[in-house]
Design a protein around this ligand. Sequence first.
Ligand code: NAD
Length: 484
Amino acid sequence: MTDALPARLAVIGSGYVGTTVAASFAHVGHHVTAVEIDHHKLRSLRAGRVPFREPGLEALLESGLAAGRLRFTDSTLDAVTEADVVFLCVGAPMGSDGRPDMRMLDSAARSIGSVITDQVVVNKSTIPVGGARWLASIVQDGRPARLRANPVALVSNPEFLREGTATTDFLHPQRVVLGSDDIAIERVAAVYRPILEQSFPGGRPESRPVLVRTSPETAEMVKFASNAFLATKVSFVNEIANICERVGADVGAVSMAMGLDPRIGPRFLEAGIGWGGSCLAKDLKELIATAEQCDYQPELLAAAMAVNGRQRRLVVKKLQERLRVLQGRRICVLGLAFKAGTDDLRDAPAVEILRQLIEKGAFVTAFDPTVRSVPGLADVGLAHDAYQAADEADAVILVTQWPEFLDLDFGKLRSRMRGDLFIDGRNCLDPVKMTLSGFRYECIGGSIGPVATDHERSDAADVGEIDVTDFATTSNGHKGLAPA
Ligand code: NAD
């Protein structure tokens, strides 16, 4: 790696990824200028406030601003001119044709091209395989004629952070993947050196990430393949859950026992409503489209998509089977964000479930600890807590596994309702406790209890024997009543 510390970095696009990248690189010692064209976001970031929910990010933002190592601007010109390396973190959301809409990236790449001299451009946006070469040509086209003889150095650097744990994921990754044919890849590796060596304050030198140097296409494919695998793993266990329900098996115990096999592993093996968020569906669809363009039918990936769509309908079907008519019923929905720890509603299962319920004539009241409005669904009442959301409800559906939902007073919740049906879409509650609280409790896949925690798994594995009836414990570690 070449010596380039601290580096001067430009980060283009200050959303979930860009703000995390900018504040984290400032934390490890670099000087970062982040660009954002949305003036509402820009004002908030300059004032040290993160305009979305991301635990831990605000502290990094404040300290970076206070140390003078982080600043925000709306000028790509300013940021790029002063930088050694430029990180592109602009989104490529799914367009109406199901393919990524590359217009924002195209425009950002052109602006970079007009000012770039010898800076390396690093793409962190998830774009179709071949995208890095496409981006390089757009940047190159935008360059002044006198610089066109030197090709622009572009490195593909997929981002694997998860919303809700974004700063930890970025600062302590398992791998950093860099894809380029250009020697400039070493300049980007040098920028990552504090993270690769875990040498910054709070680093974990005992668990250093692996640096993978590869071609741009392979780097891009690593991102798609990783997301496709995670999505398929969840859809797999949901497929098993649906079979379990029909044969009288308990998917909680099945997946817990499966996960003990180190070749399988326990993560992403929890049956429920399925995955959501801005990435999995978008990336899976894109991978399917890429394969089809190359005259290959990716049947497994298409099935993973279909199973996930079915899980969202399944929960409404369960409700309809129990309540018969949904017209005029009051339904309480607990959790809106696509997962706990974020306020992101992009491809959130809850939004689709709300839409289906409203279409069927139900009155819906929802509560989420972070979400304050649901764009496009004015008919949904938003309560200020779970108990208010449950007022006079005929049924409750738990959609997002917020830890605070595990600690609810379920007797009190039940007493506010007129019905007694509780559908646990995340299999995270203790069925016996729910029954004792007066609920008709249903979950996904006939589970007698949630999957055990990693800690309990390792304890149990040490003993060498597991009685699944001991595992009426939530995945957040709350001990419930063991089923009789
Ligand atoms: P986002 O929409 O939250 O952020 C993108 C930001 O870029 C927005 O704030 C937008 O205003 C800004 N922007 C657009 N054009 C700009 C320009 N020309 N100059 C400056 N700013 C501009 O998106 P995100 O969630 O941060 O995702 C960014 C990319 O990273 C996407 O390709 C996504 O697939 C990928 N990714 C996202 C995640 C995630 O969890 N969100 C994880 C890994 C990878």
